[in-house]
Design a protein around this ligand. Structure first.
Ligand SMILES: NC(=O)c1ccc[n+]([C@@H]2O[C@H](COP(=O)([O-])OP(=O)(O)OC[C@H]3O[C@@H](n4cnc5c(N)ncnc54)[C@H](OP(=O)(O)O)[C@@H]3O)[C@@H](O)[C@H]2O)c1
Length: 259
């Protein structure tokens, strides 16, 4: 695929109601792709111009299968799946029960696996470009204190990508390793005082290894990869290491800077 052939590319973006996913869906639609945009918040999906809104909670296995069937029907097949859906919670290990682990893994790993499973027949069709992209995190290779379940889920998703590619060599599977990114709602559900307590440690103890990007930049890298002739198995979508903030305050200034 090249940029001139985006028109008509059939893409399902999962987790398209805010942040990186909504930027990916908008950028693709603006380039003329046929986009199905899925997430739980239907009102937010309806604000996306040029994308078909599909309501789906990826924590529900039946909804994972149904949303892929709906997208395939709407788009007339599927060229690419972009799985962006993900949640973060502060889950110190001594306070993390089964339900805490389940919520994170159901969204970040099981949803990805079940959506991919449902999409494999369409992505493997003769007329499909057969692309599948999954968003992991720099936390997949370094578990920050307080975020261990999130990091473990992203590490699992990274291995899932590798395994999907090994079982289906005809598919072009890409793990997108995203670094700190502003302009998203990923931290909105974190209790502010808890966040400050743990995030201060991340900066002081060297867990943050990249500068700050803004969601349109990350989305742009994802879209370019989706459209490239041979997508890599792994894309690092993160700002350079030498731009890494040295404190939480500095990172907030970077986040507020114009993209
Ligand atoms: N921002 C960062 O610094 C950063 C860094 C590394 C990796 N990432 C990863 O980037 C991805 C996108 O995050 P973001 O930063 O753009 O955050 P965001 O604005 O919170 O976006 C998350 C998206 O996932 C969807 N989602 C969450 N739970 C879902 C569920 N049960 N069913 C369906 N959709 C669900 C949300 O939609 P609804 O709530 O409407 O369902 C939303 O569209 C995530 O996988 C995140 O882990 C982000």
């Amino acid at each position: 695929v090249d940029h001139n052939q985006v028109a008509g590319l059939r893409v399902l973006v999962v987790g398209a109601s805010s942040g990186i996913g909504s930027e990916v869906a908008s950028q693709l639609a603006a380039k003329g792709a046929l986009v199905a945009a899925c997430a739980r918040r239907r009102d937010r999906l309806e604000e996306l111009s040029g994308a078909a809104p599909l309501e789906c909670d990826v924590q529900d296995p039946a909804q994972c299968a149904a949303v892929v069937a709906d997208a395939v029907r709407l788009l007339g097949g599927l060229d690419a799946l972009v799985y962006v859906a993900g949640i973060t919670r502060i889950t110190p290990l001594e306070r993390s029960g089964y339900d805490d682990w389940l919520e994170i893994f159901a969204t970040n790993v099981f949803g990805a696996a079940l959506i991919a499973r449902a999409a494999i027949p369409s992505l493997s069709a003769d007329d499909s470009q057969g692309r599948a992209l999954f968003i992991t995190s720099d936390a997949a290779s370094l578990a920050m204190p307080g975020l261990v379940s999130y990091a473990a889920s992203k590490a699992a998703l990274a291995r899932f990508c590798q395994g999907l590619a090994s079982e289906f060599p005809a598919l072009a599977v890409t793990e997108v390793v995203v670094g700190p990114t502003a302009g998203t709602e990923v931290a909105d559900k974190l209790e502010p005082e808890e966040f400050i307590k743990w995030a201060t440690r991340w900066y002081e103890e060297g867990y943050i290894r990249h500068g700050m990007l803004h969601s349109p930049d990350v989305a742009n890298m994802i879209v370019d990869t989706l459209l490239s002739h041979s997508p890599p198995a792994q894309l690092i979508a993160a700002a350079p290491e030498d731009e890494t903030a040295t404190s939480l305050e500095e990172s907030r200034r970077h986040a507020e800077a114009e993209p």
